[in-house]
Design a protein around this ligand. Structure first.
Ligand code: ZN
Length: 407
């Protein structure tokens, strides 16, 4: 094996550890500068997002979701250690030796003689010693930390190099938890979670959530935006509850996410917002910063589908009757009109909805509802009557409640 040469080493490092790498290289360079030696530099290469695993204290490999990794090339030379290379670090400060290999090898024999030094031949209680490998014979020898510089005659203290290498190994490790804000995931997977929520509860934008929550007097009636719900499904609530695994997510939501991306990639931009959406839709991954922004793609997609339905002439609208008389239903719909009818017992409010399927639904409500024209809601109620209006089938419904709201 050749002498360790930093110029040939490429490391894959979690992106969130790059700051530590910068500090580590700067620290080592201060030592090199003092010894008037060439400095170490590094260059960043390709980035890749992948499922991250770390090894827990029981040695079990555990997933922490997705992380972004960057390929790093370290440029620099290993210090000359007089025909030897650093092979392993032995920490002898504890009762049993802790050996950190810097290159592959069998270091078992060193466990029983951790306090030995082949340079000064004095066996005494040591904190750190090193296993060196003779580059030409491949034979190992062990040198105590205090003897190392004298043994190698190197201008750079090999101890500094050794700690640089051990700390570098640490920087390569995947952290055991994803620090807040560093989450990243494939866009199509994120949008599938958003689609599942939008289908189940209606799409609720952040703006709609804030406006609704401003009006309700009781915080228990407060609603969550679709993006918030989806975030809980992906990462769990504060107590870790509410997670849905990718495998458990319904296939229809996964299919819909693909359509949402196709739609957003093909929109003709007419604003900065549109341009941002197109750019985000062309990315394979989405980071925490843009979870909310990209969730709005699903809202855009649903709105464009509803518009396409409205563009169809009234007489060709495929409005069908809902359920049977007396049936309970819960359906996603958009409010198309509201009319106030004044009567001798007070006002009645006539709400006309179109469902996602294009069916017309009318409700005579005795109270005014917190809803605006074009707003998407879920309507929960009972089928009262099937009738015709201007040649179109419509379902008269009663005893309705409008969502989104917690159930
Ligand atoms: Zn010694």
């Amino acid at each position: 094996m050749p002498v360790a040469d930093l110029a040939s080493t490429i490391h894959e490092i979690p992106l969130i550890n790059v700051d530590r790498l910068v500090k580590l290289v700067a620290k080592y360079n201060r030592k090199l500068a003092k010894a008037k030696q060439p400095l170490v530099t590094f260059t960043e290469g390709d980035r890749v997002v992948k499922k991250a695993f770390y090894t827990d204290s029981e040695g079990v490999s555990r997933s922490i979701g997705y992380l972004e990794y960057v390929s790093i090339t370290i440029n620099g030379l290993a210090p000359s250690i007089g025909g030897y290379t650093l092979a392993a670090v032995i920490d002898c400060s504890l009762a049993g030796a802790i050996i950190t290999p810097l290159e592959a090898g069998d270091y078992t024999p060193f466990r029983s003689k951790a306090n030995q030094c082949d340079h000064c031949n004095i066996t005494r209680k040591r904190n750190t010693s090193y296993v060196l490998r003779n580059v030409s014979t491949d034979q190992y020898m062990q040198v105590g930390k205090t003897c190392l510089k004298e043994f190698t005659g190197s201008l750079v203290d090999p101890n500094d190099y050794a700690s640089f290498l051990t700390e570098l190994a640490d920087v390569r490790e995947t952290p055991s938890n994803t620090p807040r804000g560093s989450e990243i995931m494939p866009l199509v997977e994120w949008l599938a979670y958003v689609c599942a929520n939008a289908t189940a509860h209606g799409f609720v934008s952040k703006k709609a959530m804030m406006e609704y929550n401003d009006k309700v007097d009781d915080h228990r009636k407060a609603i969550q935006s679709t993006a918030n719900r989806a975030l809980i499904n992906v990462f769990g609530d504060h107590d870790g509850s509410g997670k849905i695994s990718w495998e458990a997510l319904e296939q229809s939501a996964k299919d819909m996410a693909v359509l949402v991306i196709e739609h957003c990639r093909s929109i003709v931009p007419s604003s900065d917002y549109d341009l941002n959406i197109v750019n985000l839709a062309n990315e394979d991954n989405v980071s925490a910063k843009y979870f909310g922004y990209t969730a709005s793609m699903v809202g855009m997609y649903i709105r464009s589908n509803l518009k396409a339905r409205e563009a169809v002439k009234d007489d060709s609208v495929k409005s069908e009757w809902l359920g049977a008389i007396g049936d309970k239903f819960d359906v996603g719909a958009k409010l198309v009109s509201v009319r106030i009818i004044d009567g001798s017992y007070g006002s009645t409010y006539l709400y006309r909805f179109v469902t996602g399927e294009g069916s017309i639904m009318v409700w005579f409500a005795s109270n005014e509802q917190q809803i605006e024209i074009d707003q998407l809601v879920n309507v929960y109620g009972t089928v009262k009557k099937h009738d015709m209006f201007n040649g179109t089938k419509q379902t008269v419904v009663t005893r309705c409640r409008l969502y989104p709201k917690p159930r």
